[in-house]
Design a protein around this ligand. Structure first.
Ligand SMILES: Nc1ncnc2c1ncn2[C@@H]1O[C@H](COP(=O)(O)OP(=O)(O)O)[C@@H](O)[C@H]1O
Ligand SMILES: [Mg+2]
Length: 314
C-alpha cells in the first residue's frame, strides 16, 4: 500500500479578471511508498506549491483525492493530518520566540508543559539551535530561521515531511542530479536541467544501452534512455550536451563546424557553430583566451558519446 497517494488531483483558482479559471494543478496522480524520498521538479508556476498545500490541507482540491496510508483525507482539516509543510519563506510566527514557534504544534496537541519543554529542547539540540530559544525570528540568520521552521515540523514526529523549495538557498551544482542530466526521459527534462543541442536523427542500430544514429550528415554514437523502446529506423531527437562536442583528434572527425562567434566566460568558452543547416553550441573547458577560434574559422569536430542521448521525437 502506498503511504501517500494523489489521485487525479486538480486545483483551479478563479482568475482575478473573471476570465476563466487558472488550473494550478492539472490531474496529478502520484504514489509514494513508505521510506521514499520524492521531489516534485518543474519550472516556476507549474503547481508544485499548490500540490503541496493540497496535500498538507491548506487548499481544498477542486477534484481528485488524497490518501494517506489508504485513508481518504481529502476533506480532513490541516491540523488533523500531521503532514507538516515547511514553507518556502518559513512562515515563522514573528511575535513568538524560537522556543514558542517550535512548541506551537505541541500546544495545539495539548501536550503537557514539562513534556513540551523536553521535546522542544531535544529538537533544538538536534538542529544546533541551542541558546537561541528566547530570540525572535527577526534576530536570526536565514539558515537559523530555516532550521527553526524544520524544528517546528520535526517536533511533531510526523510520518511524512513536506518541504517547499528546501534547497533554494544552495548552489545549483549541489542540486543538479546526475541521472536527470545524463539520462533525461524527454526533451523538456533535458532542456530544464542543463543546456543541450537538439537535432533530428534516425536510429541505425541499437545495442545494450547504446545506439548509432544518423544525424548531422554523419553517424553518432549515443545513449538510449532507460526503458526506451526505440529500434532501428525510428526517427528520434538527438540531444548533444554543449560539452559533448569536442575538437576531433586522431582522424576521429565526425563533421566540420563553422564558427559564428565565441564567448569567453573565464573557466569556459561557448562557441556558436554552424553545422549543416543547424546552429550548435560547443562548450570548451579552461580555454586559453588568446587561442579562441575566430568567426569564420572551420573546425573538425567529434561528439563524445557520454553527453549524447536519443530522445523520443515529440
Ligand atoms: N491563490 C491563488 N490564486 C490564484 N492563482 C494562484 C494561486 N496560487 C497559485 N496560483 C497560480 O497557480 C499556478 C501554480 O502556482 P504554484 O503552485 O505556486 O507554482 P510553483 O510552486 O510550481 O511555482 C500559477 O499559475 C499561480 O499563479
Ligand atoms: Mg512554489
Amino acid at each position: 500500500m502506498s503511504a501517500i497517494e494523489l489521485k487525479v488531483l486538480t486545483k483551479c483558482f478563479p482568475s482575478r479578471d473573471g476570465k476563466g479559471d487558472v488550473t494550478a494543478v492539472d490531474r496529478v496522480s502520484l504514489s509514494v511508498r513508505a521510506g521514499e524520498f520524492v521531489c516534485l521538479l518543474g519550472p516556476s508556476g507549474c503547481g508544485k506549491t499548490t500540490a503541496l498545500r493540497c496535500l498538507a490541507g491548506f487548499e481544498q482540491p477542486t477534484s481528485g483525492g488524497i490518501f494517506v496510508g489508504g485513508r481518504d483525507i481529502t476533506r480532513v482539516p490541516a491540523h488533523r493530518r500531521n503532514l507538516p509543510l515547511v514553507f518556502q519563506n518559513y512562515a515563522l510566527f514573528p511575535h513568538l520566540t524560537v522556543s514558542d514557534n517550535i512548541a506551537y504544534g505541541l500546544r495545539l496537541k495539548k501536550i503537557p508543559a514539562a513534556e513540551r519543554t523536553r521535546q522542544v529542547a531535544a529538537v533544538m539540540e538536534r538542529l544546533d539551535l541551542q541558546g537561541l530559544g528566547q530570540r525572535h525570528p527577526d534576530q536570526l540568520s536565514g539558515g537559523q530561521q530555516q532550521r527553526v521552521a524544520l524544528a517546528r515540523a520535526l517536533v511533531l514526529q510526523p510520518a511524512v515531511m513536506l518541504f517547499d523549495e528546501p534547497l533554494c538557498n544552495l548552489d545549483a551544482k549541489l542540486r543538479a542530479p546526475a541521472e536527470i542530466y545524463t539520462r533525461p526521459v524527454n526533451r523538456f527534462v533535458a532542456d530544464f536541467i542543463g543546456r543541450a543541442n537538439f537535432v533530428d536523427g534516425t536510429i541505425v542500430r541499437t545495442e545494450s544501452g547504446q545506439c548509432t544514429v544518423r544525424a548531422l550528415g554523419t553517424t553518432v554514437q549515443a545513449g538510449l534512455p532507460n526503458g526506451a523502446t526505440l529500434a532501428a529506423g525510428d526517427r528520434v531527437t538527438l540531444m548533444i550536451r554543449h560539452e559533448a562536442i569536442i575538437p576531433a583528434t586522431g582522424g576521429a572527425t565526425a563533421f566540420a563546424g563553422r564558427v559564428n562567434q565565441t564567448i569567453y566566460l573565464g573557466d569556459q568558452a561557448l562557441y556558436e557553430l554552424t553545422v549543416g543547416g543547424h546552429t550548435l553550441y560547443m562548450q570548451v573547458a579552461n580555454p586559453e583566451p588568446a587561442s579562441l577560434d575566430t568567426r569564420g574559422a572551420t573546425l573538425d569536430l567529434a561528439i563524445h558519446s557520454n553527453g549524447c542521448i536519443v530522445l523520443p521525437m515529440q
